[in-house]
Design a protein around this ligand. Structure first.
Ligand code: MF3
Ligand code: CO
Length: 281
């Protein structure tokens, strides 16, 4: 078991390598689901793809039966599929993906007791240019946040980078504040929260061996959300489109390692000015 310092779980190099295996399962599943997200596919079919990848790679689901307590039913599926005005935590089912849908696919896997968690937004068929741009800005905001990660970065530096990137583009977007990124390791959701709005130099600092999931949620309209009667699906209050991108990242001696990126984050971090520093095998 990892040690805990000031409430933060600190992973050894061996433990980070196990987390990398979980992260790669997540990367593979997201790639397969993204390829399967075509006009006519049901969201339940994407969930089945995720379960196949878990079985094939000998991993288990972070999400299935996840229990937040306080009277909410346990999460009933393996993946969260959130379409158009759905922001996060959409439950897969009979919904058929249609031409023009903007779809967030969010997935978590456990390998040897350690979690990986990531999300992508994909376009189904021909999607409106403003929706594609929303997804691009959200993905770039994630990159800007990841680029800050290095030993002793403050959580506020990550939050501020995400916020500043979204505010730096000419378009005016909403940044969802009611849901955040999070620490991750032997549980999917751990301390600290990683908000998508914040100020530099604030919040806890992340030492070598810390791991967090960074996950901007950005809307074409107002940032307000509410939860549907299924107790899970988060939608925008104003019905505007939303995008969600997420990676799990670990702090390493030379910078960071994006555990849920197939290439460990080399391309993202190089483009965004971060410090790509994977652990050697
Ligand atoms: N990736 C999501 C998050 O970080 C997890 C989905 S919630 C669950 O909040 F209940 F489905 F697990
Ligand atoms: Co997450």
């Amino acid at each position: 078991m990892p040690r805990t310092v000031a409430g933060l779980e600190i992973k050894s190099t061996a433990e980070l390598r196990v987390m990398r295996r979980a992260g790669l399962v997540v990367a593979h599943a997201l790639a397969e689901m993204s390829a399967a997200a075509l006009v006519g596919t049901t969201t339940a079919e994407l969930d089945a793809v995720a379960r196949e990848v878990l079985a094939r790679e000998g991993a288990t689901s972070s999400f299935l039966h996840y229990d937040v307590g306080y009277g909410v039913p346990p999460y009933p599926a393996t993946v969260c599929i959130s379409v158009n005005d759905q922001v996060v935590h959409g439950i897969p089912g009979g919904r058929v993906l249609a031409d023009g849908d903007l779809v967030s696919i969010d997935f978590g896997a456990i390998v040897d007791g350690f979690h990986g968690d990531a999300a992508v937004t994909v376009a189904v068929g021909e999607v409106a240019p403003e929706a594609l741009r929303l997804s691009e800005v959200t993905r770039e905001a994630l990159s800007a946040g990841l680029a800050k990660v290095r030993p002793e970065v403050s959580v506020g530096d990550i939050s501020s980078a995400v916020q500043s990137y979204v505010r730096s583009v000419p378009e005016r977007y909403g940044i969802v504040a009611e849901f955040t990124g999070h620490g991750i390791g032997t549980q999917m959701h751990m301390t600290p929260d990683v908000p998508n709005l914040g100020r530099r130099n604030r919040g806890p600092r992340l030492p070598i061996g810390a791991a967090v999931a960074v996950e901007p949620m950005v809307t074409l309209g107002s940032p307000g959300t509410h939860v549907l009667d299924d107790d899970w699906t988060v939608v925008t209050r104003d019905g505007s489109l939303a995008s969600h991108w997420e990676h799990t990242v670990a702090v390493t001696p030379g910078g960071c390692w994006v555990l849920t990126a197939e290439d460990g984050g080399e391309s993202i971090l190089t483009a965004a000015g971060g410090r790509f520093a994977p652990l050697a095998d």
